[in-house]
Ligand binder design. Structure first.
Ligand code: MG
Length: 269
């Protein structure tokens, strides 16, 4: 009896060993990969191993040009419209140049746009609603800044002036409602700081990467890396026709808006 028990125990041990060996063989390839990765991605043990010293970023003076960074292109500093043309006929700008270093939309003279074309940019722009404009809804101090002539970040006086929220101040017109409304009271200066990444298209004209907009209004985030669906249309759905670099445009809403602008600068990304 003892012999039979011993034999069964030995057989059990052999089967168990065989299975363990088989399992070991099956696991070998992945274990080898893990071991290789462990060697190449060895946990650093010294602080120097995770330090990067080059390339050194260019030094920029953040307020070298009357408040604009040293590497920015100043688009408007109050001295004139050198960087701008009329969007209507590419002639000189007809808007009003003011003594305080600002400019004001001259009604029904049309939009104005930069002479230069831009791709992805960081833009700073200050604007003020017109205290004499008592209109309602979309007609109270309506203007806007368009990137690549197609994508509008809305400018509107929404102080005690409700409108559709995807068309209010801080919105990406008819596409993105602002996260909050940090606009100043009517007639005070506001500042937009906007990061625009241009859309990309393949050789057949298909969009391969959506444009994005990050917008701060008076230092407060109102659009957080929003992916645009296409152009910001007044009527209809967004369009996605292929295009390249294009001007930055400021809107004449043609309703006595009286919106003013000052201190506009751009950094190409
Ligand atoms: Mg507008």
């Amino acid at each position: 009896m003892k012999k039979i028990t011993l034999l069964i125990a030995c057989l059990g041990l052999m089967i168990s060993c065989n299975e363990a060996s088989k399992k070991e063989t099956e696991e070998t390839p992945s274990e080898t990969i893990q071991e290789t990765e462990a060697i190449t991605e060895k946990e650093p043990t010294k602080p120097e191993e995770t330090e990067i010293w080059e390339p050194i970023p260019d030094k920029v003076n953040p307020s070298a040009q009357n408040g604009a960074p040293s590497d920015a292109l100043v688009l408007f500093d109050g001295s004139g419209f050198d960087q701008w043309i009329s969007s209507v006929d590419s002639t000189e700008v007809k808007w009003n140049l003011n003594d305080d270093g600002s400019m004001t939309v001259k009604d029904k003279t049309g939009d104005i746009q930069t002479k230069k074309n831009f791709g992805s940019v960081q833009l700073h722009l200050e604007w003020r609603s017109n205290p004499d404009n008592k209109a309602t809804n979309q007609n109270r101090s309506n203007s806007g800044v368009f990137f690549q002539n197609r994508y509008e970040v809305q400018i509107l006086d929404n102080n005690d002036n409700p409108t559709y929220v995807n068309g209010m101040v801080g919105s990406i017109y008819k596409q993105a409602i602002p996260l909050v409304n940090p606009a100043k009271p009517t007639g005070e200066w506001n500042a937009y700081d906007i990061i625009f990444h241009a859309p990309e298209f393949d050789s057949e004209g298909n969009k391969t990467k959506a444009a994005t907009l990050t917008v701060l209004l008076n230092g407060v985030l109102v659009q957080d890396h929003f992916e645009l669906e296409g152009t910001t249309e007044y009527i209809g759905w967004p369009k996605n026709e292929a295009h390249g670099p294009a001007p930055i445009k400021l809107q004449d809403h043609q309703d006595m808006s009286g919106v003013s602008y000052r201190n506009i600068w751009v950094r190409e990304l």
